[in-house]
Design a protein around this ligand. Sequence first.
Ligand code: PRP
Ligand code: URA
Length: 212
Amino acid sequence: MKNDSQITVLDHPGVRHHLGILRSKASELSTFRSAAASVTRYLMAEIVKTSEEKNVEIETPMERTVGQVMEESFVLIPILRAGLGMLDVALDFLPEAKVGFIGMERDETSASAKSYYAKFPDLRGRTAILLDPMLATGGSAIQAVKVLLANGPKRVILASIIAAPEGITAFREACPEVGLIIACVDRELDASKYIRPGLGDFGDRLYGTTPH
Ligand code: PRP
Ligand code: URA
């Protein structure tokens, strides 16, 4: 597998603008969803920048020239549930991508993640882009990456919106070969392993469920 160990944190006023909307508890469902989509656009633009290309001959109405096509074959894998909020935008960027799903849920008290579902296409020779907006302890993403790596992808990239420093450290240690692209690094995890300042529970905010 290609080693892709870099970490990229977006630095863009547009990202910061939409992060503010995501964080605000005053944001309605529709506003939250569209801000999540906006930040995901910036993340996807950054990911697609790293894609392999090849030259192809093109005939314009004026003359023959050389254009480029993306050569890489992608599989988008949202971690259920919250990662679903990033899928539509990711597909806008990569309309030919195949799609898989991994279900992960943190236990309310221990905050350790358990897998409850996994279904994805053949990953051999393909780049898997894992979509999960929150990297808190890193447990969910690390477990999901392990499942993917066992299936022979060419490379794996994790795209997250907000990460805690603790999650980044754990993820880097457990998955050194995986590229990490995040919109923002927050201050810390609290005693309940929630990200501070954070935005609360992304899945609850995206779907209107209430924490129990
Ligand atoms: C959230 C989030 C991540 C995970 C991050 O999911 O979407 O998957 O927590 O936390 P971690 O880094 O400590 O593992 P959650 O378990 O709340 O499930 P949900 O998406 O169904 O709400
Ligand atoms: N999952 C979330 O949705 N939010 C957090 O702050 C931590 C984990």
